[in-house]
Each structure stands twice: as structure tokens, then as C-alpha cells.
Design a protein around this ligand. Structure first.
Ligand code: PLP
Length: 404
């Protein structure tokens, strides 16, 4: 019997955060092992609850969630999002906000709206790998600009400018960054805006971690710095409001009206094709943006995320093999293995060994579209004591690797 031939486009598409390693973890779990899942930034897995006022809003509005809504989303929610963006200085409007089943869906929609085959998109490396995957899925070519640890994981605007070609359509900015936890300073952001302006690029600003900040790091949204430049700013409930499972994300389109009109029409068409996003969960948006927010407490000294980050830093400091740029934001650490201490280290082999020997799953750094194979990402969502043990287990596996 002939096997089904799937699309050749998928040959180049990878999302290893849930890739082969994750499938192996499921097999081991089915065999009865308990696996510590450090691979996904999913707060609900680690005892975090969605704030009560969001849960209440959803229960209360369930009876009003039975019909499809407008393809862009509930007006009340879009108004709350636009108002929040305006408070930060962006020229946002509810008619230019699109709600999606997570930012994930809107990333796909945006790239479908923008790309013709062969169009190039500037994407950071390391990146949140959906950006590279969705670019390829839509016929585009991801062109990676480097954000290496030697530069505290910051981009070099001159390098970005040098990568622009007549086919470049868009510049992706993931700030605060996943996986590195870098927060971009104003000078870097201004330089990125200037590049977009000079070359007629659309800025795609993934700001889903905008208030998961440590040590007084200051996040600056990009849209207010780019008033005339076409810009799509993404945010959502998954991280800042601990509600990954609600699948709520938004995209706010800004820039000179004349320039963004076709983009708005394209997004509206694509949003219509999928009718609307989950209506029930959209009712949580306004209370989330206008009510109290716990995340600021979690990232302060004594807060769960702050102390978890400290546990990882201490583990790295104790390690014979690891180095790390301290994350200033988001939910991840991205340590590197010192190549002098472990020559020939291979991140994927290491991650598989850690899973088989220590029952811990994390993500090899090369899954984030970097050429180097000496990094890995782990989430800082578990209790600090659990991370203390995880870092000890990682050190044991590194020592085993060194003996081979
Ligand atoms: N962007 C970044 C940088 C992320 O880390 C994630 C999820 O981890 C997403 C987008 C997608 O989030 P969601 O689809 O849950 O809104």
C-alpha cells in the first residue's frame, strides 16, 4: 500500500520544543517514569493558577460565548488592548487589533499575509522557533541575525542592516527574548526601527513577555518608537497572565494609515477564513489588562520566579562546565557549555542522555536556529528546590559526557 505523500514544504519546518525528544518523554511516561518537563514555558504545569478574576469572568460570560464573534475578536477585548497600547504611546486602535488562538496563530496569519515565495524575513538567532518555521511554511526564507552570548545576546544593528536584500519583507524582534531572556536597550530598538524605515520593512514585534522582568529591567515596546513604520505588536494571556491553556493572543497593527491598509485587509481576510478565535477565553482579556497582575510579585526577590532564576544561576556558578548570561526577562535560562571544558559537546546527544538517565527534558540550543551546538534551554517555572536538584542532575550528565 502506498503511504500518504505529505507536503514537501514541511521538510524544512521544525519545532523541536515538542519534537522527537518530547515524543520520547511521552513514551517513558507511558512506561511509568516521572519526567521533569523543563522544555515548555507552561505555568499551569507547575502549580501556577490563572488569576481568580479571569476565571470568574469566563464562568460568568459562558452563556454569552455560544455564537461566533467578529473575525477580529470581541470589541470589548480589542478596545482594552488598544487602550493599553495607547497608554504606552502607540497609536493603536481597536479596529486594527486582531485576536487569535494564542500569539502562535497570529504569527502564522501575519506571515501568510505578508510573504510571497522567496521573500526574506530577518529573524533573530537564537529565536522562538515558530518564527523560522512559520516563515518557511509560508514560502519565505528566514535570514538569521545573530544574538550571541558574547554580546549578552543583543543584536548588532549593523549586522542586521548588512543582511537586508531587495527581497527582505520584515524584521522580527523578540523582546523580551525567548530563549535568551535579553531585554533590548533603547539604542538597539531605535537602530532596528531606522533599518525598517530605511528599507521599507514591516516590524514584527513579539512582546509576549513584556512584563516578566527581573532586576528592574526596563522593557520598551517598539510601536511607540516606530510611529510611521508598519508594525505588528504581539501580546497575550499565556505568559504574563499565566493562562497558556486559554489560547488568547493579540496582534495590534500600527503605522502610517496609507502604508498599512493592504496589510489590514489581508489580515482581515485571513482572520475571516478561520471565522474567529475561541470566544469564551476572549472575555478574560479586559479583566486581565485592567485588573491586578501577579507577575510583578513573582519576579521580585522572594517571588517564585526570581528565586527559581537564582537557583539556576547558583547551579551554573557551581558547575564545572556551564556559563550563562543572566536572563533579564521571560521564563527561561539559556546556559552554554564551555567548549574548552567539554570539546565536541553535542546539545542533542546531551539532551537525550539527560532524558534517559535523569528523567529531565529540556531543549537543545540548536532547536532555536543557532549553528552552535553547546547550549540548552530550560524553563524556570518549577519550585527553586526542584531546580536545585535538576541542576545537580544536569551536572551529573555533563560529567558522564566528559568521561566518554
Ligand atoms: N512568542 C514567544 C516568544 C513565545 O515564547 C511563545 C510561547 O512560548 C509564543 C509566541 C506563543 O504563545 P501563545 O501561542 O501561547 O500565545
Amino acid at each position: 500500500m502506498q503511504t500518504v505523500a505529505v507536503s514537501a514544504r514541511l521538510d524544512q519546518v521544525r519545532y523541536d520544543i515538542r519534537g522527537p525528544l518530547s515524543r520520547r518523554a511521552h513514551e517513558l511516561e507511558a512506561e511509568g517514569r516521572r519526567i521533569l518537563r523543563l522544555n515548555i514555558g507552561n505555568p499551569g504545569l507547575f502549580g501556577f493558577r490563572v488569576p481568580q478574576h479571569l476565571r470568574d469572568a469566563i464562568s460568568e460570560k459562558l452563556p454569552q460565548s455560544e455564537a461566533y464573534c467578529h473575525q477580529q475578536g470581541l470589541l470589548e477585548a480589542r478596545e482594552a488592548i488598544a487602550a493599553q497600547h495607547r497608554r504606552h504611546g502607540a497609536a493603536a486602535a481597536a479596529e486594527r487589533v486582531f485576536l487569535g488562538n494564542g500569539v502562535s496563530e497570529l504569527i502564522g496569519l501575519s506571515l501568510s499575509a505578508l510573504l510571497d515565495p522567496g521573500d526574506e524575513v530577518l529573524v533573530p538567532a537564537p529565536d522562538y522557533p515558530l518564527w523560522t518555521a512559520a516563515t518557511r511554511l509560508n514560502g519565505g526564507v528566514p535570514v538569521h541575525y545573530q544574538c550571541p552570548p558574547e554580546r549578552d545576546h543583543l543584536p548588532d544593528p549593523d549586522e542586521i542592516a548588512a543582511l537586508v536584500t531587495p527581497r527582505t519583507k520584515a524584521l522580527v524582534v523578540i523582546n523580551p527574548n525567548n530563549p535568551t531572556g535579553a531585554v533590548y536597550p533603547r539604542a538597539v530598538l531605535d537602530a532596528m526601527v531606522a533599518i525598517a524605515e530605511r528599507h521599507g520593512l514591516v516590524l514584527l514585534c513579539d512582546e509576549i513577555y513584556d512584563s516578566v522582568l527581573y532586576d528592574g529591567a526596563k522593557f520598551e515596546p517598539l510601536a511607540p518608537l516606530a510611529l510611521d513604520v508598519p508594525c505588528i505588536s504581539y501580546g497575550g494571556l499565556s505568559k504574563v497572565h499565566l493562562a497558556c491553556g486559554y489560547r488568547v493572543g493579540w496582534a495590534s497593527v500600527t503605522g502610517a494609515e496609507r502604508r498599512i491598509r493592504p496589510l489590514l485587509h489581508a489580515l482581515d481576510l485571513l482572520a475571516s477564513l478561520r471565522l474567529c478565535s475561541n470566544v469564551t477565553a476572549q472575555w478574560a482579556i479586559k479583566p486581565a489588562l485592567e485588573g491586578p497582575n501577579e507577575i510583578g510579585k513573582l519576579t521580585q526577590p522572594g517571588g517564585r520566579l526570581y528565586e527559581a532564576r537564582a537557583a539556576i544561576r547558583n547551579g551554573v556558578a557551581r558547575s564545572q562546565f556551564l556559563t550563562m548570561v543572566t536572563p533579564q526577562a521571560a521564563l527561561y535560562a539559556f546556559p552554554g557549555v564551555d567548549p574548552e571544558r567539554l570539546p565536541g559537546f553535542d546539545d542533542e546527544t546531551f539532551a537525550l542522555g539527560l532524558l534517559e538517565n535523569e528523567n529531565i527534558i529540556l531543549v537543545p540550543g540548536s532547536s532555536f536556529n543557532i549553528a552552535a551546538r553547546n547550549h540548552f534551554r530550560l524553563t524556570m517555572l518549577p519550585e527553586p528546590a526542584v531546580l536545585d536538584e535538576a541542576l545537580a542532575a544536569i551536572e551529573r550528565e555533563l560529567a558522564r559526557t566528559a568521561e566518554k
